[in-house]
Write a protein that binds this ligand. Structure first.
Ligand code: AMP
Ligand code: MG
Length: 194
C-alpha cells in the first residue's frame, strides 16, 4: 500500500487534520496508520540516552540530526504494510544553520512516497496558533516570515515531486475547518488506492 507524506509548517494544524483523518478513514473503511517523523527521531535519541524535548531536536548539532533523520527514515520504511502509511513531517526544519530539508534524497528514496501533501493555513492563523500553543516551544514569527516559510515549503515540495514523480496536493486548513481538510485528503487517498 502507498506511503503518503504529509507536511506543513509548525502551527498549521497538521496533527489535528491527521487526527481527524483517522476518524474519517475508519468510517470510510480504509486502513491507514499515521507515523510522526519527529516522534521516531525522539525515540531514537532517547535510546541513545538523549531525552530531548521535540522542540530541541532542531537545535542539535547538524551531524547528529542528519544521522538520526536517516535512521528514522529507515525505521519508517520498515513500517510499510497492508494499509496506507501516512508520514507526518516537514518539508524543512529551521535549524541553527538555516533551513534544512526534512526530505533530502536519502530520506525520500527510503520512504518512496506516492503522494506529497502540503497542509497550509492563512499566515495570521499560523501565527496565532504558534502563540497560543502552550504545549510546545514553537518559534514565533511575523506574518512576513510565515509567508516566506510557506513559499519555501512549496519550493521544496516541487523538488521532492521531481525526485519521486509523486504529485503535490496542497490542502488548505482554514480556521475551524480541519474536518473538511481531512475529508479532502481522505478523498484523494481513497481514489489512489481504489
Ligand atoms: P513535529 O512534532 O512535527 O513538530 O516534529 C518535531 C521535530 O522533529 C521537528 O522540529 C524536527 O526537529 C524533527 N523532525 C520532524 N520531521 C523531520 C524530518 N523529516 N527531518 C528532520 N527532522 C525532522
Ligand atoms: Mg505536529
Amino acid at each position: 500500500m502507498p506511503t503518503v507524506i504529509v507536511t506543513g509548517l509548525p502551527g498549521v494544524g497538521k496533527t489535528t487534520v491527521l487526527e481527524a483523518l483517522k476518524g474519517v478513514s475508519e468510517r470510510g473503511g480504509l486502513s491507514i496508520s499515521v507515523v510522526n517523523f519527529g516522534t521516531v527521531m525522539s525515540e531514537i535519541l532517547r535510546k541513545r540516552g538523549m531525552a530531548l524535548d521535540r522542540d530541541d531536536i532542531r537545535r542539535q548539532d547538524m551531524a547528529l540530526q542528519r544521522e538520526v533523520q536517516e535512521e528514522a527514515a529507515r525505521e519508517i520504511s520498515g513500517m510499510k504494510g497492508d494499509g496506507v502509511l501516512i508520514v507526518d513531517t516537514h518539508m524543512f526544519v529551521k535549524t541553527d544553520s538555516g533551513f534544512w530539508p526534512g526530505l533530502p534524497i536519502n530520506v525520500l528514496s527510503k520512504l518512496s512516497p506516492s503522494l506529497l501533501v502540503l497542509i497550509e493555513a492563512p499566515p495570521e492563523e499560523i501565527a496565532n496558533r504558534r502563540r497560543s500553543d502552550k504545549s510546545r516551544r514553537r518559534d514565533e514569527a511575523s506574518r512576513a516570515l510565515i509567508e516566506q516559510e510557506l513559499d519555501w515549503s512549496r519550493f521544496l515540495a516541487a523538488a521532492c515531486s521531481v525526485m519521486t514523480g509523486a504529485p503535490v496536493k496542497i490542502i488548505s486548513n482554514e480556521p475551524g475547518k480541519h474536518l473538511e481538510a481531512a475529508e479532502e485528503l481522505f478523498g484523494i487517498i481513497s481514489r489512489m488506492v481504489r
